[in-house]
Design a binder for this molecule. Structure first.
Ligand SMILES: [Zn+2]
Length: 472
């Protein structure tokens, strides 16, 4: 019998104030346009996350929820959070495998990141997944489906078994969603599912014109399978169902609980599917592609026609972030050398403190770091955390530098620079400001340096151990 899987990627970018005190990191506050809700997370939770959870849709679909969104949900939408985590548990009890996939910690466009940052993002994301779902992840969602072989190799080396890509991102003979093997540079291989791009775009953008789940199943899904292979995979933003398209959580519910079955399809999820159906065919990936930009990764790198107007601010902003990140890392490495610690292993394992498993001091003591180095390393590890947050995909996704997302990323960079200054006395801000001056908004004429200088910094900024209580 043919099989059908629908994957929902649920995500909102992190927006908590990087200067907030210990309760503040996830407090988004009031956002215009979200009325009558206080902010967009509250609005999307009410329109999409909660109704889908109440309908049981999370038990029927394959899904991932961004690590920072789950953190917000745990505090601000605890009932929804509980239902989503429970859905994975119920699915595992019923099918022998869960249906949630992990995500990299900060929704970074991984192919554009240095290798050690890829490792940190993937390790932190896997640790957050285990913390919340109580099991190791088998699958990992790639932010914006952005892919390169180095990322897949790291995921494999850390124990991830599968991911998913779009048809336009792969080469080879396709028979439905697979799974397929992708050969890795190290001689290993990773299982990759391939979504049906046309069906996915149809559901993402035209769901309200499809005449309901029953008609779509009969007219499209049932017809499609004749030449579509064993498994059909639709992968879309989870917010499609209820937020982008009001009321369509019911489309999802009827499709997965009844209508797909009615046209002869078994509804499945990927982790259990992979156990029953290991790959038999090979495909190749097209490196540096994503699901949201047909220009390589131009949308997130140097700018492209995906966003209106002049987008060359993106390249200048990324260069400013890269220089700051390297300067932060240099200061951090110097301190870890003096403390006789492995900088990248320490940074990777720091996630246990950001998840609240230990205080940062306890974590450093457990790592064998002498107490004399604790104050500086606490600040420098926090700096490393905030500089990771600059790279969340939303920073580069939209058309203008003056939007809230780039400003938020610059604020995280400022926080990182101030933490370094607190720890070592090194002032990274003049170079950061110089680089940011090269990023100019075509809409407002503002430069990144002006945005930097407009960020209100509380005196004193919140304590650095705040990260440990609000992180990941
Ligand atoms: Zn593009």
């Amino acid at each position: 019998m043919p099989a059908f899987c629908l994957h929902g990627h649920f995500y909102q970018p992190p927006r908590g104030n990087p200067f907030a005190d210990r309760l503040g990191a996830d407090e988004i506050g009031r956002e215009p346009g979200a009325e009558p809700y206080e902010n967009w997370n509250e609005k999307v939770a009410a329109e999409c996350y909660l109704p889908n959870a109440e309908l049981g849709n999370f038990e029927l679909m394959s899904f991932d929820v961004g690590a920072t969104l789950l953190r917000w949900m745990e505090v601000h939408a605890p009932r929804t959070y509980g239902l989503i985590v429970e859905a994975d548990r119920k699915h595992a009890a019923a099918h022998g495998a869960g249906n949630a996939m992990a995500t990299p910690a900060h929704h970074t466009i991984l192919p554009l990141a240095r290798k050690r940052d890829k490792v940190a993002q993937i390790k932190w994301g896997m640790a957050a997944f285990a913390h919340r779902y109580g099991r190791r992840p088998a699958g990992m969602w790639l932010p914006e489906m952005a892919v390169d072989l180095e990322t897949l190799q790291i995921m494999h080396d850390l124990g991830i078994q599968f991911t998913m890509l779009g048809e336009s991102q792969v080469e080879g003979e396709l028979q439905g969603a697979g799974p397929y093997w992708v050969a890795l540079p190290g001689g290993d291989r990773l299982a990759v599912y391939v979504r049906d791009d046309a069906l996915s775009l149809q559901i993402a953008f035209n769901i309200q014109t499809l005449g309901g789940a029953g008609r779509w199943a009969r007219n499209t899904l049932a017809v499609r399978r004749k030449n579509g292979g064993r498994l059909t995979l639709v992968a879309v933003e989870g917010e499609t169902f209820g937020h982008h398209h009001p009321g369509e959580e019911h489309f999802l519910h009827w499709l997965l609980s009844y209508e797909a079955n009615a046209v002869g399809h078994t509804v499945t999820t990927l982790e259990s599917d992979l156990r029953e159906n290991p790959p038999t065919a090979n495909i190749k990936i097209k490196e540096f592609t994503s699901w949201s930009c047909p220009h390589g990764l131009g949308r997130f790198a140097a700018g492209c026609d995906c966003t209106a107007g002049a987008s060359n601010w993106k390249g200048a902003l990324r260069r400013a972030f890269d220089n700051l990140a390297n300067n932060v890392d240099d200061q951090y490495v110097t301190e870890t050398e003096e403390a006789h610690a492995d900088p990248w292993q320490l940074r990777n394992d720091y996630v246990s403190a950001t998840l609240g498993h230990a205080t940062v001091e306890q974590f450093l003591a457990d790592q064998g770091v002498a107490p004399a180095h604790h104050p500086r390393l606490i600040a420098l590890l926090a700096a490393g955390y905030f500089r990771q947050r600059m790279y969340t995909s939303a920073t580069f996704k939209y058309e203008d530098l003056s939007r809230p997302e780039p400003r938020y990323a610059i604020a995280n960079g400022l926080r990182a620079a101030l933490l370094v200054q607190e720890a070592t006395g090194a002032d990274l801000l003049p170079a950061f400001r110089r680089d940011l001056a090269q990023a100019v908004s075509a809409r407002t004429g503002q430069t990144g340096a002006q945005l930097l200088d407009a960020i209100p910094v509380p005196e004193p900024a919140g304590p650095v151990d705040a990260v440990a209580r609000n992180g990941s």
